[in-house]
Ligand binder design. Structure first.
Ligand code: ACO
Length: 311
């Protein structure tokens, strides 16, 4: 049973009116947004680590500057998203504490290792490609600050995806060893990229309510299907093989059918047991602790300025 306030709130959502930070909202709507936006922010921040691994080993100066720019974009996305979460009444310190304590989730995909330069291609193409598919609809979601933050994020993500595909194209036109590196990266990143979209619709506990609130405009499975339909022809263009023997195009539906996802792998990564979970979390905790002197200096500086203003 909905209260009067809740009915009016739902009616605004159904009319496509954006909810703004100071508007009344049900507690559960606020909580769900804090959950999703903070997970999203943490994903952007942790997502810098797998690629950071290759900055010093990029093959050319041009590739290095592109990679650096992309990683800096991700830092920016994390900061916009923390700000969007803060409009809901939480603080960045609380969110970071939860991340550093290992209590907050971030995307499963960032718990896999980056073993070769081709992984920079595969991440841009598949991971950022999937992020765009998931995030374009979020530009139209019901919460104004989140929707608006997503516009710039999506523009930058398209650059990220294109730089990744460009790396793949160059490798696939290169020596047989380079092509083999590209194939190996596709083999390792394909299934984890499909898992990024979250559990199947049947298992997705938050979907029904998030759809009613227009936080989710498409379901996990719908977006995953979109990714497969879009990506398989791109793999064919590269001359690479998608590592799924069950993959086939269905002429009648116009969609690719794909093999079963190994959900036990997904759940294992969510539990903290993926190949790099511990390393990723430790890197964030170390960065926070290494930055303590700087945060303290900022506060000391601000205090000094305040004292001077008083004098
Ligand atoms: N990695 C880690 N956790 C996940 C993932 C994933 N790939 N997919 C789902 N989950 C978690 C959910 O957070 C949820 O856990 P919680 O209830 O403890 O928060 C649980 O699994 C069940 O999933 P759903 O009920 O389907 O959850 P939800 O409705 O939030 O849908 C989704 C998940 C699609 C990821 C949604 O939160 C979303 O669109 N988020 C914004 C986009 C985003 O975070 N992208 C991050 C990666 S992209 C990038 O940073 C480059």
């Amino acid at each position: 049973d909905m209260s009067e306030d809740e009915r009016a709130f739902q009616a605004r959502i159904d009319d496509g009116i954006k909810i703004e930070a100071k508007d009344w909202m049900p507690d559960a709507y606020r909580k769900t947004l804090i959950r999703q936006i903070s997970q999203h922010a943490h994903s952007e921040i942790v997502g810098q680590l797998p690629e950071g691994n290759w900055v010093t080993r990029a093959p050319t100066l041009k590739r290095k500057s592109i990679l650096l720019a992309k990683i800096q974009d991700e830092a920016g996305h994390g900061l916009y998203l923390y700000s969007a979460a803060e409009t809901l009444g939480t603080s960045r310190d609380q969110l970071l504490d939860a991340l550093h304590a290992g209590k907050a989730k971030y995307s499963s995909i960032f718990n896999y290792p980056t073993l070769s330069w081709a992984d920079m291609g595969a991440i841009g193409w598949l991971v950022d490609g999937s992020a765009i598919i998931n995030q374009i609809p979020l530009c139209r979601c019901s919460y104004g600050p989140y929707a608006r933050a997503m516009i710039r994020v999506c523009k930058e993500e398209s650059f990220h995806a294109r730089q990744g595909y460009d790396i793949m194209m160059v490798l696939c036109k290169g020596t047989p060893q380079q092509k083999a590196m590209a194939q190996d990266a596709l083999n390792r990143w394909w299934w984890p990229s499909l898992m990024m979209f979250g559990p199947s619709d049947a298992e997705s506990v938050n979907s029904a309510q998030s759809s009613a609130w227009r936080i989710k405009l498409f379901s996990n499975d719908e977006l995953r299907q979109k990714m497969v339909d879009q990506t398989v022809p791109q793999a064919e263009y590269l001359g690479l093989t998608v590592p799924d023997p069950d993959l086939k195009f269905n002429e009648e539906t116009g969609h690719y059918e794909f093999g079963a996802i190994d959900w036990s792998e997904f759940h294992n990564v969510l539990k903290g047991n993926g190949p790099c979970n511990r390393e990723r979390l430790q890197a964030r905790v170390d960065a926070w602790e290494d930055g303590a002197w700087f945060r303290e200096a900022l506060v000391a500086h601000a205090d000094k300025q305040a004292d001077r203003a008083k004098a």
